[in-house]
Design a protein around this ligand. Structure first.
Ligand code: UD1
Length: 357
């Protein structure tokens, strides 16, 4: 096996984003040195300053597009990476239907450029951020990893196609070590309240919307459908704490350092929670009551799904340790401390600013 797999320097694409920034914190905690590649299209420079506040280590930032082959070649020349966490990509489900080509360009061509640069540099340990969205709306829960691909939108199809491309690559060359992590619904924030999720504009997802209602920047939450065949009629999802997801990346990195081939693996708790359960938990966490309106079902929504989380435990030695209440407490702490997200906030790093190349 390539000895560089053991190098502590890890490239994190999308490292200034929601999951990427938490992954950097977990990496540093485990003794790795993340180098972040991010275009800052969705990620935020302040996230890197906050990582420094939390960990005492300021990751270097390489600000470039994941499709920029020349920049990638230079980056792999400048550093000897032990592996790559690939989180950069587009992920807005609404937008993906209106603008599928951008999704294929960034998610597919971006990964292709990255993997080419890795191969040229002899770095063949890769952890790819995939999504449970590859299973589509009709998979039977708990969903095992061998459920078929059945994504219902272009975003989900780009994830399935990247997984397929990586499987073909591994098939062609046994020097590659790859793990594809299929996240269920990552929510919450680092317990410090210094990093978290702040989507641009109106949030599409439940937890950020709920947080904005609780803080008073939105008047009420619309519950999208109360007539599903679930215990309380609302949609059920497998919410998983973003720090558990971050720790899952570290476990996957250790796995690819040991084992060749490709592993597709779910990162979820194995337990579903309904929209009403999430609302109650958030009300307890925040001590505020959430104004709720009942609306119609959201087109394309699945009634209920959650992970079979057993493979992650068996192969990665990973399981989610944090429950729904902790997810809500941590989301709320982040929201309270950063009512407008990172924007408008002064950098708080005690340490040197990350260098922008
Ligand atoms: C969405 C994405 C999925 C992505 C995931 C990331 C879709 C179809 N899928 O999943 O690809 O990986 O986010 O976390 O968008 N809800 C409300 N009111 C709201 C918002 C949501 O009732 O204002 C309900 C939804 O109907 C659903 C649940 O809350 O039952 C969770 O929704 P959301 O947070 O948007 O996640 P997903 O739809 O599961």
């Amino acid at each position: 096996m390539d000895p560089d797999v053991h190098s502590r320097k890890i490239l994190v694409t999308g490292g200034a984003g929601f999951i990427g920034s938490h992954a950097c914190v977990a990496l540093i905690g485990a003794g790795y040195l993340p180098v972040v590649l991010d275009s800052l299209a969705n990620g935020n420079i302040h996230a890197l300053h906050r990582i420094a506040d939390i960990t005492g280590v300021a990751p270097d930032l390489v600000r470039c597009d994941i499709r920029d082959a020349a920049a990638l070649a230079e980056l792999f020349k400048a550093h000897r990476f032990g592996g790559v966490l690939h989180l950069a990509g587009l992920k807005a489900v609404g937008e993906t239907v209106a603008d599928p080509l951008s999704y294929y360009e960034v998610n597919m061509a971006g990964t292709l450029a990255l993997v080419r640069a890795m191969g040229n540099a002899g770095v063949r340990a890769l952890v790819f951020s995939s999504s449970a969205t590859v299973y589509g709306a009709n998979a039977r829960s708990p969903i095992p990893e061998d459920a078929p691909y059945a994504a219902v939108n272009p975003y989900g199809r780009t994830k399935a196609m990247v997984e397929t491309m990586l499987a073909d690559l591994v098939q062609s060359d046994d020097r590659w070590h790859v793990a594809c992590l299929r996240f269920f619904n990552p929510v919450g924030a680092h317990e410090s309240g210094l990093i978290g999720e702040h989507p641009h504009g109106r949030p599409n997802n439940l937890m950020p919307y709920l947080s904005q209602v609780a803080i008073g920047s939105r008047s009420h939450l619309v519950v999208h459908g109360t007539d599903y065949a679930t215990a309380d009629g609302t949609g059920v999802r497998d919410y998983v704490h973003v720090m558990d997801v971050a720790e899952g990346h570290v476990a996957a990195l250790r796995h690819v350092a040991r084992e060749p081939g490709i592993l597709m693996v779910n990162l979820g708790t194995g337990r579903g929670a309904s929209v009403l359960e999430v609302i109650s938990s958030f009300e307890r966490a925040s001590g505020r009551s959430i104004a709720v309106h009942v609306g119609p079902r959201r087109p394309g929504d699945a009634p209920a799904y959650w992970a079979d989380a057993s493979l992650a435990e068996a192969r990665l030695g990973w399981r989610a340790r944090r429950g729904l209440d902790e997810m809500c407490v941590d989301s709320w702490r982040w929201q309270m401390r950063n009512p407008w997200g990172f924007d408008g906030s002064a950098p708080t790093a005690r340490n040197a600013e990350p260098s922008a190349h």
